[in-house]
Design a binder for this molecule. Sequence first.
Ligand SMILES: Cc1ncc(COP(=O)(O)O)c(C=O)c1O
Length: 431
Amino acid sequence: MNWDKSKALLERARGSLAGGVSSPFRAKAPMPLYFSGGSGSRLEDVDGNRYIDYQLAWGPMILGYGHPKLAEAMRRQASLPFSYGAQHELEIAVAEKIQTMVPCAERVAFTSSGSEAVQLVHRLARAFTRRDLILKFEGHYHGWMDSALISYKPALEQMGPPDAPRAVPGSCGQVGNALENTVVAPWNRLDLLERTLQENRGRVAAVMMEPVLCNSGCLLPGEGYLAAAKDLAHQYGALFVFDEVITGFRIGPGGAQAHFGVAPDLATFGKAVGGGVPLSVIAGRADVLNMMFGGGVSFGGTFNGNPLSLAAADVTLDELARDGGALLAEANRIGISLRDGIRGLARKHGIPAQVTGFGTAFAIHFTGREDLADYRDTLDDDAEKLRRFLISALERGVQIVPDGRFYVSTAHTESDVNETLDALDGALGGL
Ligand SMILES: Cc1ncc(COP(=O)(O)O)c(C=O)c1O
């Protein structure tokens, strides 16, 4: 595959744009590609190469590229003011839709990115409980802010033992006292969660998690774990929070909370809710969210609830909710057929691997381990084999997230799956 034009653009970009890319996460092997178009499940780069895309802009493109109704809604909104910094009816329409879809959504607030939504949830939980500590889990990602980027991808030697884990900063320049207000625990272990709550009795404002550990290899919660973790959080006086920035409007129209039947007190959404346009949502208990109005909690955002984002969300949510969520059910079915096909190919080639997760978000792990339940279990995944697999897949026209994650949209079809499996047969065979 020829990437000459991408190479030239990267070279040019490095003279003006720091690092040549707009997010360090995108500086991936073999090189950052420049895209010029796309439609449905496919993307085209500036060299004219076409890819079946499972990166989906890191999740948001749940309806695929160039969805006609979404494009039309954006065009319509673009002919009207696309920011008022004031009230307009779409805010209510979208909030009401979210209320009907998401079990915990007694009230809704809008902001622009998942990272911002997490900040609001932290603040609300701290104000509501009058406590300082956020309990998070190793390997879970809640955005790049100082108070959240903790123990995301720590190295084994930094982490301490599972029953006494250390909070590990994720970046140089992060203030040290962020760590003082965070406690971490390994995920999917109720005994260790209870121990951490006990050790910090009376101090934990919120227990916050990705309900499926999408950011460390799409690991599913153990049977009954989410419900029991919620009970434990409440027993110790903490709020129970789901970060549904990935699972939201992807695992099903009501997010992981509807899928697993466990409603948190608060939840954050992002990515898919805007169908590709910046939008994030905080949903949850009215008594907690109303603390922003007379309860002393401050919150702002110039672009909160802007009409362009909400026009996109309005159409996206309509599509995802239609016919009882039929489109997402089908996307998840397609994803499962791809996930299971990849498992079969790994077996065929005698490659030790696990493919974990649900239909529209799953990940490949090159590992001899049978049971992957937590971030620590992924630490001996073969990163070099993954790197070679991703490059080989890309060269065969299949784009996958750099950590081995596959996102599937409602635009992917059975014939995409077959074409992908043919390509991955070659990629896995070449390992
Ligand atoms: C679970 C989760 N929470 C929060 C975020 C942060 O969202 P954003 O990148 O929109 O700030 C992400 C981003 O990947 C995420 O996956």
